[in-house]
Each structure stands twice: as C-alpha cells, then as structure tokens.
Design a protein around this ligand. Sequence first.
Ligand SMILES: CC(C)(COP(=O)(O)OP(=O)(O)OC[C@H]1O[C@@H](n2cnc3c(N)ncnc32)[C@H](O)[C@@H]1OP(=O)(O)O)[C@@H](O)C(=O)NCCC(=O)NCCS
Length: 142
Amino acid sequence: MSQVTTPRASAATGSQAGLPRTLPLVRVIAMPADANPNGDIFGGWLLAQMDLAGGSLATQRARGRCATVAVDGMVFHEPVFVGDEVSCYGELIRTGRTSMTVRIEAWRRHLPSDEARKVTEAIFTYVAIGEDRRPRRLPPEA
Ligand SMILES: CC(C)(COP(=O)(O)OP(=O)(O)OC[C@H]1O[C@@H](n2cnc3c(N)ncnc32)[C@H](O)[C@@H]1OP(=O)(O)O)[C@@H](O)C(=O)NCCC(=O)NCCS
C-alpha cells in the first residue's frame, strides 16, 4: 500500500515553502457552496474558517467561552478555488487580562499537484467572557 504524506510531514521546500510545521487548527475542502458568483471561493467563508481556527485556540487558553472582538490586517494574497484543501494555522501571540491575540494563516493545497500556498493572514483578538457575556479574567496558564 502506498503511503500518503501529509503536508506537515513533507519538507517545507519547493511547492510547500513556508508551510507551518504545526498541525492545522482547521482543515476543510472548499466546496461549490462556498464560492462567490464568479465561482471562486468567497472571502467571507475563508474569514469564517480563520475565525473558527483562532476561536478554538482562544477557547482552549481561556478554558471557556470567548467572543471575537477584532480582526486586524486581513490580507488576501491569492484566490482559493473549489476543491482546494484549506488549512488554518495559528499561534497565540499575546494575552492580556481578558483578551488573547492570535495570528492566523490560511493555506490552500491543490490536491492533484500537492502544491501548498499561503493565501490569507490576519490578527484576531478574542475576549474571554462569562455566562453574562461580559469580559472574564483569563485563568492561569495550564
Ligand atoms: C467582547 C466584549 C464582551 C468586550 O466588551 P468591552 O466592554 O469592550 O470590554 P473591555 O473594554 O473591558 O475590553 C476587554 C478586553 O478586550 C480588549 N479589546 C476591546 N476592544 C478591542 C479591540 N477593538 N481590539 C483589540 N482589543 C480590544 C481590551 O483591550 C480588553 O483587553 P484586556 O482585558 O486583555 O486588557 C464586547 O465588545 C462584545 O460583546 N462584543 C461583541 C462580540 C461578538 O459578538 N463577536 C462576534 C461577532 S458576530
């Protein structure tokens, strides 16, 4: 049986240069329903995937509910096409009293060629919130 190598296991050179070495927080195939009227993937769908990725990181750190309070520096470098594998990678770059700043990169992988390219990046800020939906102090790091 042939072995399938994941992007993470491959050398980050050539067609995958710069690909983060960590596991993606979100990995999904872009579907026709995610396209804009021109047939390419809608930027709002990609933003939603990135927000889900950052939100999962923030929720883990906050050990509970979080709200997205800001998205900064969103840049769309290249389009995404139907059938591409989209992976969102992220890292927590700052924590405050109640807030968390997360840098998210989205990469597309053209499955037939295995070529992976960074398509989008942005900085997301989340706030830990309580049952009352008001900011909640972050717990100590686990
Ligand atoms: C998130 C929310 C509860 C924060 O309430 P708030 O009254 O603004 O809270 P505060 O002013 O006390 O700020 C809380 C933290 O957020 C940070 N913050 C607030 N606005 C920010 C912004 N625009 N950019 C970056 N950080 C921001 C503050 O610096 C503070 O961080 P710290 O505690 O680590 O120092 C409130 O803004 C809210 O409910 N927003 C809607 C969230 C939402 O529905 N998101 C989904 C969109 S569909």
